[in-house]
Design a protein around this ligand. Sequence first.
Ligand SMILES: Cc1cc2nc3c(=O)[nH]c(=O)nc-3n(C[C@H](O)[C@H](O)[C@H](O)COP(=O)(O)OP(=O)(O)OC[C@H]3O[C@@H](n4cnc5c(N)ncnc54)[C@H](O)[C@@H]3O)c2cc1C
Length: 565
Amino acid sequence: MTESDQDEQFYRDTEAAAFPKIDDRQIGLLDPLGQRRTLRRGEFLYRAGQRDLGLTVIINGQLEAFETRDGNEHVLASPGARDFVGDMAMLTGTSTLVTVRGKAEQSEVLTVGAVELRRALSELPGLGEIIVNALMMRRKRLMRDREFAGFRIVAAFGCRDGHILDDFLDKNRVLHRVIDADGEEGRELCQRLNLNKRDLPVLIQSNGLPLRRPSIREVAHVAGLKRALAEAGETEVFCDLAIVGAGPAGLSAAVNAASEGLKTVVLESYAPGGQAGSSSLIENFFGFPTGISGGDLTNRAQLQAYRFGAKFSTPSQALSLSFTDGEYGAELQIEGCPATLRAKCVLIATGAEYRRIEAEGREYFEGLGVYYAATAMESKLCRDATVVVAGGGNSAGQAAMFLSESAKKVILVIRGNDLSKSMSSYLSRRVETKDNIEILRNTEIRKMTGERRLEKVELENVPTGERRIVETTAVFSMIGAKPCTSWLPPEIERDEKEFVKTGASVGEAPAWRGMGRKPGLLETSHPGVFAAGDVRSGSVKRCGAAVGEGGMAVEGIHQALGTYS
Ligand SMILES: Cc1cc2nc3c(=O)[nH]c(=O)nc-3n(C[C@H](O)[C@H](O)[C@H](O)COP(=O)(O)OP(=O)(O)OC[C@H]3O[C@@H](n4cnc5c(N)ncnc54)[C@H](O)[C@@H]3O)c2cc1C
């Protein structure tokens, strides 16, 4: 079967799930939440780039959804009576990538606003399921559509800044394509948009406008990811629970807290998903017998949290935490936000970040050959090449297995001499028996060299001192992580490695004296502040454990808030 045959079959198989009809009973449920209006031929329902849109059901007539690319319109769908118009952006509140207008002479539509749509999705379960499944399936179809562009990044091949934009959009699930500035399409685009080398990388938005050398903040803004927590002029924002970090722990807490009626705000400094979002395949997560990509798993969780009304802000880094008296006693300062976030309870779920390899030249090759995740995106960059994976844990093992499918050879560099000491036995067995994986034990990377990109690494067998040079375009650094706790105040006690202490170990902390209760299992040295997942001292550094702790923390938060008393 050719690739295009496979595509056709995929589109046929998913048609019904992606475009279900809304029946009379369902229209009856939505009617009180929305407004009916008439749309004439050519009249716009909305345009690409708009955000916070709701859902539109066509009562009669026909509409047309299209993408404008390089001055041409590409029609994506022509929905008719009882179809609904919408894309994943309607759930997440991000910018829509398509424009929709009336096609029939006159069309009657029912438009349900973004706030009411969320209510419908959580309160009308039968209908919510159909709509959420359809939106997810539509997104899958668009991701597979070779004609659909979404955002376009024009960058020179291997350019670090281009890679950063690609990674940011990828992890935030914004549909985009990367175009090589030196290829035919890239040259044409640069010529047409009057772009020169100094302008690269360029982000071409869904409305066709180019952004030259944009910052991550600008990209987040045009993609509609960045949402203001505060209204203009507001100096304080109040919530029941502020969750800092949207990895598995934070997302699981967001789903539980929002579904249980807590006014929940989630701050995430880069992209929801955390470390799990950079895992190509999580095989040990409960309920997925053939594994699931970390990105898919956490994206589903994020949609679930949205559905229940959790408010996300990405990228929004928590800069500091301090305490005052009163009900909303925790104060958070957030990067780029003029207002203070005041919360009754806080969940620290900031996980951990990768350690850097201490090798000469490493800094220069960050993003130009040194990577911290092995996903489909990175595997494309090293097809048929020799790659080096550093580390002896499960993430290194997974990366080695995953990359061995596309790379010519994978060299796994480990400091110790026994893989099974640090890696799950099922994985170490697979790694040891894979033909194109070579394991170099007792070895460290000493030096990285190359002209514009990484070309060679120098390895040293530490006991013998023997050095070896390997030609490679990519080193995957999987050598462990350190907790993201530098933003926390001294009141939040940490262990010798800076992980946050919780439970019995903080019972003697000054803030607990005279409290009349003991700290909950996941409660920190400050009452009402909780920690879950990898950031917590003594936690099991696994996705399932982080998800479990996120859910458990919410139970403790209810206790602290006195929800049940
Ligand atoms: C490549 C890789 C593969 C893995 N594979 C597996 C696997 O197969 N099975 C398994 O069980 N586990 C696996 N793990 C481990 C698993 O992903 C982690 O245990 C899990 O992600 C921890 O979740 P968490 O929510 O505690 O923290 P994290 O996932 O680290 O998420 C923390 C989040 O907080 C954000 N953040 C940090 N500081 C701030 C701040 N100041 N303000 C706002 N946000 C902030 C970060 O950007 C991040 O998104 C893997 C990890 C990696 C790196």
